[in-house]
Design a protein around this ligand. Structure first.
Ligand code: MG
Length: 303
């Protein structure tokens, strides 16, 4: 008898084409980005974070977002989102008809100041702008809170602080939030503390968990979240996207490692693992370093 009852079904959002590529040092061509998104679109993945519309000066890796978006073959079964920092980005994304927007802030001021130049509270008007554009365009918008399980500058982050920032986003009209373990400081204990606090004090929010495997706790954190009833996770093909704060460090959990584990637990993802591995090989083909995904190296447990 199992001590926990796991959800029977989960939703996975693939973040490799945006989060992954943005955190890679290597330059990836527009054609390769399109090839990767098209490969991912054929795996059964229900959601793909495809591009971000940000200042090309700030994030040169995403300067070709409009070309990438125009070049992919959109699968009508897939929900494609764009990450946007402000009104301008949101307007561009709505104009080219992405399916949904993501807007971001952080749990800690130090990180947000370093990342975007404003404190968390001062980021709220930007969130409001993006929500306004999304509502005007009739498309959904989700929030992201970085450093939700620890901050490279401030250390541990109190779950009460994560709840506070969550309530601020709720006040701006956000109903779904992704909690980022931005530098891989999360452990099952931290994950449990944050999720239980959110379930108690912000029960109206749809929770997405964005875990990293920087310190080897990525899938353990997923398991903890599953035990608490979470059914929405981010992952990146091949584990693409190392931490920008530690040379050679592993970033996002690998989509195919996650699907491989869930499948054996009889948790439905709707994703074809072998198609995912093919997409992982596509990603590996244009990156110089070896991707950290384990299933890409070892293959599935039954071959
Ligand atoms: Mg990430």
């Amino acid at each position: 008898m199992s001590a926990f009852s796991y959800p029977s079904e989960v939703t996975i959002r693939e973040v490799g084409p945006r989060d992954g590529i943005q955190s890679e040092k290597a330059e990836v061509s527009t054609a390769d980005k399109i090839r990767l998104i098209d490969a991912l679109s054929a795996t059964g993945l229900p959601r793909i974070e495809a591009v971000s519309f940000v200042s090309p000066k700030a994030i040169p890796q995403m300067a070709d977002a409009t070309e990438v978006w125009a070049g992919i073959r959109r699968n009508p079964e897939v929900f494609y989102s764009a990450l946007v920092p402000n009104r301008k980005g949101a307007e561009i994304a709505a104009e080219v008809e992405v399916d949904g927007l993501q807007v971001f802030t952080a749990a800690t001021d130090s990180y947000n100041l370093k990342n975007t130049g404003v404190t968390v509270e001062d980021s709220l008007p930007r969130v409001r702008d993006v929500v306004e554009v999304a509502q005007g365009a009739g498309i959904p918008v989700e929030g992201t809170i970085s450093t939700a399980f620890g901050c490279p500058y401030e250390g541990d982050v109190a779950p009460e602080r994560v709840v506070q920032v969550t309530r601020w986003l709720i006040d701006e009209g956000i109903t779904s939030i992704s909690y980022g373990d931005t530098t891989g400081m999360g452990t099952p204990r931290r994950v449990r503390d944050v999720i239980t606090a959110l379930q108690a004090d912000a029960p109206e929010i749809t929770l997405n968990m964005h875990f990293h495997d920087t310190r080897g706790t990525g899938l353990a954190n997923v398991l903890t979240a599953l035990e608490l009833g979470i059914t929405y996770f981010d992952a990146s093909i091949g584990g693409m996207g190392g931490s920008p704060y530690a040379e050679g460090a592993t970033g996002n959990i690998a989509t195919e490692d996650l699907v491989h584990m869930l499948e054996d637990m009889d948790i439905v993802t709707g994703i074809d693992l072998s198609a995912l591995i093919t997409a992982g090989r596509t990603a590996q083909s244009f990156l110089p370093g070896e991707l950290p995904g384990k299933i890409l190296k070892a293959g599935p447990r039954l071959g």
